[in-house]
Design a protein around this ligand. Structure first.
Ligand code: BGP
Length: 475
């Protein structure tokens, strides 16, 4: 391998999640998921029933158009495609004894379609789509019972897809449970009524379930690679004040504690001490300690931006944003949604994680959510001239390459929302990430037609050249 290249078998691709693209929310025997009653993402309240303003109910109609979409991914040269299995397609209420065959068949076909083009599926087992039945009956992951239902779900899908899927992720952004208990953990009790004890207990259940998935996954599929997935928010000190350094270390731990447990197989001392200080007592079952020792094969994470930390709140400006907030970095620009753009932070994050765990890493989300304008070229082709997106992705990939040069073992890169989809935090269509434009709008209008953006051709070239074309200026 040359100095400035990506490894030979680097897994180039893109990522989506079932709930943000499939639609068909009641087809094929699917039950409701928490997303079906969250029409406005994290911005608005949960509804009692699905409402027509919820764009996720139809998504981008991927359920019916996946063949066309995978063909487009293949045209770009994807080596890997990350998606999730919608848990309520397999177990509609979550607690059934037997799975829903029609749901299983859908993913059989989807993975076969990927394989047809030599695309490796990378599957998230739980991506913010806990069956609503489990939320209503058990208060989601607050209940230990969820570990059993999750185990049944994992055994079912490992058994069924073990020969088609090699790469698995347990919980999407597992650390988000603390910030978004309903969306991330199916916890129906309002956030303001939850104590830290409640949240960390739910977190413990997910961590045990994640380790159990690794254990049974390895037993059922000896060649499988199973990773955790962390919301990769990197914090910098706003000033050199040693108190800001410590504040930053504490902020980072909010993220790293999840990777620590997945990679080291036990709770770190700083966390158990924090529990003791706060009087938090985690109810553990006798087998939990042993179970947690089933550590992951690799660490995957999402990376969009970085934040600053400071004890001098008068010096900083709140970043706003969704899941993890901090202070603005005066050296960085932000996206239209206020997410600070920091490509070098990706190199830093990769190095930090690799130095800490010495495990292979996988960037499974990264990208720019932006408003796109569909235009018609002289030859009649419809497209989007998204140089801003190309620039964002190019800068990040160049930094990923630097990290590889630093010695980081990086398995692959799946940019987020490789085809436009409904956003998670705000449930909008106009926040687009894709290489492929989908004619679908916030008011529910649109034909669902697909169009290649300028970034489509750009990414195709990046993959074809295994990253060498990143050195070219944007044409
Ligand atoms: C992550 C989620 C994704 C995704 C992404 C972008 O937190 O794992 O599901 O959507 O963020 O966020 P948004 O869709 O809110 O722009």
């Amino acid at each position: 391998m040359g100095i400035n290249t990506f490894p030979e078998n680097f897994l180039w691709g893109g990522a989506v999640a079932a709930n943000q693209c499939e639609g068909a929310y009641l087809e094929g025997g699917k039950g409701l998921s928490v997303q079906d009653v969250l029409p406005h993402g994290l911005r608005g309240a949960r509804t009692e029933e699905p409402t027509p303003d919820n764009l996720k109910l139809k998504g981008i109609d991927f359920y019916h158009r996946y063949r066309e979409d995978i063909k487009l991914f293949a045209e770009m040269g994807f080596k890997v495609f990350r998606t999730s299995i919608s848990w309520p397609r397999i177990f509609p209420e979550g607690d059934e004894e037997q799975p829903n065959e029609e749901g299983l068949l859908f993913y059989d076909n989807l993975f076969d379609e990927c394989r047809k083009y030599g695309i490796e599926p990378l599957v998230t087992i739980s991506h913010y789509e806990t069956p609503l039945g489990l939320a209503k009956k058990y208060d989601g992951w607050r209940s230990r019972k969820l570990v059993d239902f999750f185990e049944r779900y994992c055994r079912t899908i490992f058994q069924r897809y073990g020969k088609k899927v090699k790469y698995w992720l347990t919980f999407n952004e597992i650390n988000s449970l603390i910030h978004a208990p309903f969306m991330s953990g199916g916890i129906i009790t309002p956030k303001e009524k939850l104590t830290e004890q409640d949240l960390y207990q739910a977190m413990h259940h997910e961590l045990v379930a994640s380790a159990l998935a690794v254990k049974i996954g390895h037993e059922q599929m000896p060649d499988a690679k199973i990773g955790c997935m962390i919301l990769g928010i990197t914090a910098y000190p706003l000033t050199p004040d040693p108190d800001d350094i410590i504040a930053t270390m504490m902020k980072d731990r909010e993220t790293l504690m999840f990777a620590d447990i997945h990679a080291r197989g036990k709770y770190p001392v700083y966390l158990t001490n924090m529990f003791a200080e706060k009087g938090i007592r985690i109810q553990m079952e006798p087998e939990d300690k042993e179970l947690l020792k089933n550590t992951v094969d690799f660490i995957s994470f999402s990376y969009y931006s970085s934040i600053c930390q400071t004890v001098h709140s008068e010096l900083g400006i709140d970043t706003g944003g969704n899941l993890s907030r901090g202070y603005k970095n005066p050296y960085l620009k932000a996206s239209q949604w206020g997410w600070q753009i920091d490509p070098k932070g990706l190199r830093y994050t990769l190095n930090k994680l690799y130095d800490r765990y010495q495990l292979p890493l996988f960037i499974v989300e990264n990208g720019l959510g932006a408003v796109d304008e569909l235009i018609t070229l002289e030859n009649g082709e419809k497209t989007v001239e998204d140089d801003y997106r190309i620039d964002y992705l190019r800068q990040h990939l160049l930094q990923a390459r630097e990290a590889i040069h630093d010695g980081v073992e990086l398995l692959g890169y799946t940019s987020w929302g490789c085809i436009d989809l409904v956003s998670a935090s705000t449930a909008e269509m106009k926040k687009r990430y894709g290489y492929i434009y989908v004619d679908r709008n916030d008011d529910g209008s649109g034909s669902f037609e697909r169009y290649r953006k300028k970034s489509f051709y750009w990414y195709k070239k990046v993959i074809e050249s295994n990253g060498a074309s990143l050195d070219e200026a944007i044409g």
